[in-house]
Design a protein around this ligand. Structure first.
Ligand code: SAM
Length: 280
């Protein structure tokens, strides 16, 4: 008996119309669909008239279910793996299964579709030739900051996933680690009703998110320009040294105005720093 096929099927990241015909045909044909959350996937299956039996495969049972799934494939059953949104395995369950099937030389067929990181990157306006997908930042502040440090000199565009609960914390640490002038894009609620793109320096982005509660709602992809891209666009400057030089020649207000023009940084942030220097 020939072994069954494992299909890894992408689902929409918001707008259910983004489902492909091939994905629908595949899900109708397989013996069983393994979904991250069957309640979440149900409306999608109903919209497309898919009646295939569904079981759950999530991060808490994917190890214990592995043997059952491998046995089903060995017995010739065809299985589709889907996650709540986008492409399975991309910050989603499925890696242990795919790893094991590839080790056994089993058949795996990808049925591609949406993934939030590619969707965001395609319209971010940041270099796309090289990028690093970093996934979700650690939840703990100290761990997050040292994790971000390891990415600070990365020359490729950086891509992060983040939830509404930690978007402000993560942006604050990015400001600290990557600096206020580093360019970024916040892609929120992609393909959904409140789809929004914020573009600008990290300093500007965090201000926009802090001043508008709506900008803290939903799901986020945060993209940050790579270090090399940054230095191409703008010569890295030692802001403190610039202020010291300007303050030696000009009154505080003028020095701040000039530094703001030269760096693109907000006047009130520069003002605080200039005040400290002039009082030292
Ligand atoms: N497998 C998915 C993919 O291929 O994009 C990602 C799943 S991961 C558990 C969920 C995270 O992806 C969210 O917290 C958010 O960072 C990002 N994401 C998913 N859908 C999104 C959307 N419509 N808009 C913005 N970000 C989204």
């Amino acid at each position: 008996m020939s072994k069954g096929v494992l299909y890894v099927v992408a689902t929409p990241i918001g707008n259910l119309d983004d489902f492909s015909q091939r994905a629908v045909d595949t899900l109708k044909r397989v013996d069983c669909i393994y979904a991250e959350d069957t309640r979440h996937t149900k409306p999608l299956l109903m919209q497309y008239g898919i009646n295939t039996p569904m079981r759950s495969l999530h991060q808490y049972n994917e190890q214990s279910q592995l043997e059952t799934l491998l046995n089903a494939l060995d017995a010739g059953q065809s299985i589709a793996l889907v996650s709540d949104a986008g492409t399975p395995l991309i910050s989603d369950p499925g890696f242990p299964l795919v790893r094991e099937v590839t080790k056994r030389d089993g058949r795996i067929i990808p049925v591609p579709g949406a993934s939030a990181l590619i969707c965001a990157l395609s319209v971010a306006g940041l270099p796309t030739d090289r990028f690093v997908f970093a996934g979700f930042p650690p939840r703990n502040t100290a761990q997050r900051q040292s994790w971000m440090q390891t990415l600070a000199r990365q020359e490729s565009t950086l891509i992060f996933y983040e939830s509404c609960h930690r978007v402000v914390d993560s942006l604050s640490d990015m400001l600290l680690v990557f600096g206020p002038t580093r360019e970024g894009v916040i892609a929120r609620e992609l393909t959904k009703l409140h789809e929004t793109f914020l573009r600008g320096s990290l300093e500007l982005l965090i201000e926009r998110v802090q001043e508008d509660a709506n900008q803290r709602k939903g799901e986020f992809v945060i993209l940050i320009a790579g270090a090399a891209c940054q230095s191409e666009q703008r010569v890295e400057v030692d802001v403190e040294q610039m202020l010291i030089t300007l303050l030696a020649e000009l009154p505080l207000k003028q020095a701040v105005a000039l530094a703001s023009k030269m760096t693109g940084m907000k006047k009130n942030n520069l003002y605080k720093q200039a005040l400290k220097i002039s009082q030292a």
